[in-house]
Ligand binder design. Structure first.
Ligand code: ACO
Length: 330
């Protein structure tokens, strides 16, 4: 019989060694530790130096996840890299495949901003459910420091760099209990990292565009309103699909964007703060990496144990948002 259930059997994470705390940020823009910590919960973040690539962080996180899963990289059938900041716009997943020496694996990038890990998890699950692939490496990684306007205090204080990874494997017992994904492009303008075209006349009537991506722009208040309304809804929907109630959740792991968003969502769902996993103070918002880094730290510290029920939700640019309910481990 083909196993088409999904088990999450390994995790890993990697962040750059360079810290940029609020104190030092206040020497770059007019801000303060007090302002940033009280509005966001962030105290520190890691930033990648020019030698640190997204692939190097993603590969380091992946190696840890593969070791925890006790598999060989040659067993991996599929690698999904959820990122908005690839080293190469043609895709970076294949470079990771090469660095991991996983010749069997097909590899591709997936972009859904801060929802990337959840969208990647559900995408990976479809390949396992249909019996096409058995072992999937899912990575969420971003180096947003490349695309932050370091003179804009409204955004530069929020973000950090990192990568997290999980190994998913086909199992006779399905541990992905429910999910729900959503998008609303009508609100796209709230949060952007857009290409800015520069017209470049080529010949006769033909003009093409060269140019580059512009730094991140964000309407913070709109994003805040969106998150506190939509995230509880999508978690409730995923719980409904899982046939579970809130009191059956052991842990809530939200995209680590803002402590106030996490507190508001937990309060709305009636989840006690001790069941909410937060490492935002140390890393800031690492976009697609934030959920797998938080998951990995909680697993390695022994907080999350095999069989624990985890409700997780990502939300961000697109706008995109989604939730997944799963049990950790085999
Ligand atoms: N330090 C000091 N002052 C600041 C800073 C800063 N870092 N940033 C903004 N201010 C000032 C502004 O200039 C403004 O001053 P003014 O009134 O004199 O013009 C004042 O503080 C209020 O600015 P707002 O942008 O209205 O600040 P707000 O209270 O909304 O807080 C924040 C900003 C923390 C971003 C909030 O909107 C928020 O939590 N938004 C949620 C969005 C989020 O977390 N995004 C993360 C990325 S998106 C994602 O991952 C989903």
């Amino acid at each position: 019989m083909t196993n088409t259930g999904i088990a999450m059997i390994g995790s890993g994470s990697a962040t750059p060694p360079v810290s940029l705390d609020n104190q030092r940020l206040s020497q770059i823009v007019e801000t303060s530790d007090e302002w940033i910590a009280s509005r966001t919960g962030i105290r520190d973040r890691r930033v990648a130096d020019p030698q640190t690539s997204l692939c190097s962080l993603a590969t380091a996180a992946s190696k840890q996840a593969i070791a925890m899963a006790q598999i060989d990289s040659s067993e991996i059938d599929l690698i999904i890299l959820a990122t908005s900041t690839p080293d190469d716009l043609f895709g970076s997943a294949s470079q990771i495949q090469a660095q991991l020496d996983a010749p069997q694996a097909v590899a591709f990038d997936l972009t859904a901003a801060c929802s990337g890990f959840i969208f990647g998890l559900v995408t990976a699950a479809q390949f396992i459910r249909t019996g096409v692939y058995k072992t999937v490496l899912l990575i969420g990684g971003d180096i947003l420091s490349r695309w932050v306007d370091w003179s804009d205090r409204r955004t530069c204080v929020l973000f950090g760099d990192g990568a997290g990874a999980v190994v998913l494997q086909a199992s006779d017992c399905d541990r992905l209990l429910g999910f729900e994904l959503r998008s609303d492009g009508s609100q796209n303008g709230c949060l952007n990292l857009s290409f800015q075209a520069q017209p470049q006349p080529l010949i006769d009537q033909i003009t093409v565009s060269s140019g580059t991506y512009q730094p991140i722009t964000m309407n913070g208040k709109e994003v805040y309103r969106f998150a506190v309304k939509k995230v509880p809804e999508v978690i409730e929907k995923a719980l409904f699909r899982a046939d579970l109630t809130v009191d059956q959740i052991n842990w809530l792991i939200l995209h680590q964007a803002n402590q106030r968003i996490m507190d508001a969502v937990a309060q709305r769902l009636n989840i006690p703060s001790e069941n909410v996993i937060s490492n935002l103070a140390n890393y800031g918002n690492t976009s697609a990496a934030s959920i797998p880094i938080a998951l990995d730290e909680a697993v390695r510290s022994g907080k999350i144990k095999p069989g624990d029920v985890i409700a997780t939700s990502g939300f961000g640019a697109g706008l995109t948002w989604g939730a997944a309910i799963f049990k950790w481990g085999v």
